[in-house]
Design a protein around this ligand. Sequence first.
Ligand code: SF4
Length: 254
Amino acid sequence: MPPVPLPDSAAAAADFAHRQALALLAHERLCALYGAPFRFFSVKDPLSELVSAILSHRTRNADSHRAYQQLVAALPTWAAVRDAPTPEVEGLINPCTWPEQKAPRIQAILRELTERLGGALDLPRLTAQLTALPVPEARAWLETLPGVGPKTSAATLLFSTLRRPAMPVDSHHHRVAQRLGLIGPKVGTEASHALLEALLPPGWDAQQVYDHHEALMFHGQKCCYFRSPACRRCVLLDVCPYGQQLLGPAAGAA
Ligand code: SF4
């Protein structure tokens, strides 16, 4: 993940400070609304979480879960997945989107990890590697694996049993952040990772980072819908330029 450049003018610094304060305000209100702290939903080791994150890309949770379960039921070790014929892996993960792309990608990742870990898919060694590195470097290490981007690297570090403070941004989280003005209107999901993470206090632990991600994601699912966001009942309307513009003069009275 490329480093975020420091603001180089007073205006940029003021804008950055405003977005930081807004991110914290949104965090506080949404965490209170949705009942943080949230329980971590996954207890997977980092390698299993990495594969699971690849399967979940642009796939409904239920479908990626089914694909994962079918895969590990038929091929119970990651070495077996790595060495299986690619069409077999593709067939097993068929419930998820683009199995024809994800099957060779998963196998390429497993081969690359085998090489990096000294000739075997050595989970204790992988865990030690990802624990020893500072979070930005652990992310960079993961993101040099084939097809691994910032969302997958963050999910591997945060959602797995590693529980490291790296923040994934899914489409709901991204939409809420964009409408609030935490990121610009043209910033895509991938690029948003570094920008949104830079707004969080540097000392936040994994639970706080997880709560932030989950709270914004829940808000995208339960209120800030893609079509017709429910701005009138939104706890962020008073600080949301998108919602205020959408409601027009009625926003002040909402
Ligand atoms: S005010 Fe509307 S657009 Fe803004 S965060 Fe709330 S629901 Fe989304």
